[in-house]
Design a protein around this ligand. Structure first.
Ligand SMILES: NC(=O)c1ccc[n+]([C@@H]2O[C@H](COP(=O)([O-])OP(=O)(O)OC[C@H]3O[C@@H](n4cnc5c(N)ncnc54)[C@H](O)[C@@H]3O)[C@@H](O)[C@H]2O)c1
Length: 359
């Protein structure tokens, strides 16, 4: 077991990340102190089903349990209301901690319940998907969707403790695993090009849990450094949106047939092509394609959204300002820059650049 300590700027809270090798199995539960054993639990229902035997002892000592179906349609204020009701029914007090076990979706809504119930409870996250291990578990963002717009309502509430136990990946569907690989590639581009080598290894049929763990730890280190500097996303944290500006547009335009990771992968290719137009590394779009292909992710699509659809969907981007939009653009490996673009510049560059994704 290893520890990584991160100290946040706001209220100076500390997040401790515990990583366990796969073989350690359910050891994280054995090490829980009594205060965490009597936590209120929010658990992805699929994880609850698959890991029932492992989690049974935790369930039996908890002060209450909410099983959550991980669906974007249910990531909303109605479900949050149900969770609050369940916490009230279980007699949750200010000193009752909350443990959330699940993927990024469950972690987001569970952390929001922790952040809002009685104005804030101590929180532990146990991410169970690759995406939530390499990315979503860290950084304190909580959220629910509103009127079809993802994560429109949320807070910042960093977990006090994060437990990474890669054994949960054994049951993860392949497509979900690939979503996590896209975010790992994003992290390689932003701050640690060495992650590329691990991606190469992991893409082979046989890879070791040590390699996965190293990839997760290196991704969390990059993200940890960025969010410790800018927890509230006033500046450098926007770099973490690399691939997401175009990615979210493609995800919405496909009516969510493209998964999040698939869309972000395609978004990274397109955004690298935008960077090329602004002086970035001209080999980068092809290099990104190569690593996406290795990870089994798509590098082209059938239907490219029209300029009108593009402009409409881009309005939802959270980096939109009165004077235009801030883009996180990859100019090279480990060289991602925040770049302001006006609507005219976008209109000029984007349609041409998106043709790079045409099947
Ligand atoms: N807070 C952040 O910083 C942040 C960052 C990125 C993404 N997110 C959010 O994360 C969500 C996506 O999270 P995700 O990709 O982890 O997917 P997810 O949580 O939606 O889970 C995907 C599927 O995998 C299943 N699952 C989870 N763990 C499993 C396991 N161990 N074995 C088998 N099945 C398992 C779930 O039941 C679900 O069907 C989105 O809602 C997104 O907005 C948040």
């Amino acid at each position: 077991m290893k520890h990584i300590n991160l100290r946040w700027h706001i209220n100076d809270p500390v997040t401790v990340v515990h990583t366990y090798a796969s073989a350690d199995g359910s050891n994280w539960m054995k090490e829980l102190t009594d205060e965490w054993k009597s936590s209120f639990l929010i658990v992805d229902s699929e994880v609850g089903r698959l890991f029932h035997h492992q989690l049974q002892s935790l369930f039996s000592t908890s002060s209450g349990l909410y099983l959550m179906d991980a669906s974007e349609e249910l990531k909303n204020t109605f479900t949050l209301d149900q969770i609050w009701g369940s916490m009230a029914g279980a007699g949750v007090r200010r000193d009752t901690p909350l443990i959330v076990i699940g993927g990024g979706l469950t972690c987001d809504i569970g952390a929001m319940a922790a952040s809002t119930y009685l104005r804030g409870l101590r929180l532990m996250l146990v991410p169970t998907t690759l995406l939530s291990m390499v990315d979503a578990c860290l950084g304190g963002k909580t959220g629910v969707n509103l009127a079809g717009v993802k994560n429109q309502v949320g807070t910042f509430h960093p977990a006090e403790m994060i437990v990474i136990s890669p054994e949960y990946l054994d049951t993860l569907p392949e497509r979900e695993f690939r979503n996590g690989m896209a975010e790992a590639l994003k992290t390689a581009l932003i701050g640690d090009p060495g992650i590329k080598t691990i991606i190469q290894e992991v893409s082979k049929a046989e890879y070791s849990s040590d390699q996965i763990l190293e990839m997760i730890e290196r991704c969390l280190k990059v993200k940890g450094e960025i969010v410790s500097e800018d927890l509230l996303e006033n500046g450098s944290r926007m770099l973490l949106n690399l691939g997401h500006t175009v990615g979210h547009v493609l995800e919405s335009a496909s009516e969510f047939r493209l998964s999040h990771g698939e869309s972000v992968g395609l978004g990274m290719i397109a955004e690298a092509a935008v960077a090329v137009r602004l002086g970035g590394n001209s080999n980068l779009p092809d290099e990104i394609k190569h690593f996406l292909e290795l990870s089994g992710l798509p590098t082209e699509i059938e239907g490219i959204p029209s300029s009108e659809v593009l402009a409409r969907l881009l309005q939802h981007d959270k980096k939109t300002r009165r004077s235009g939009r801030i883009w996180a653009l990859p100019f090279g490996w480990g060289d991602c820059r925040l770049t302001h673009m006006t609507a005219d510049q976008e209109e000029d560059i984007l349609p041409q650049v998106l043709s790079i994704l045409r099947a």
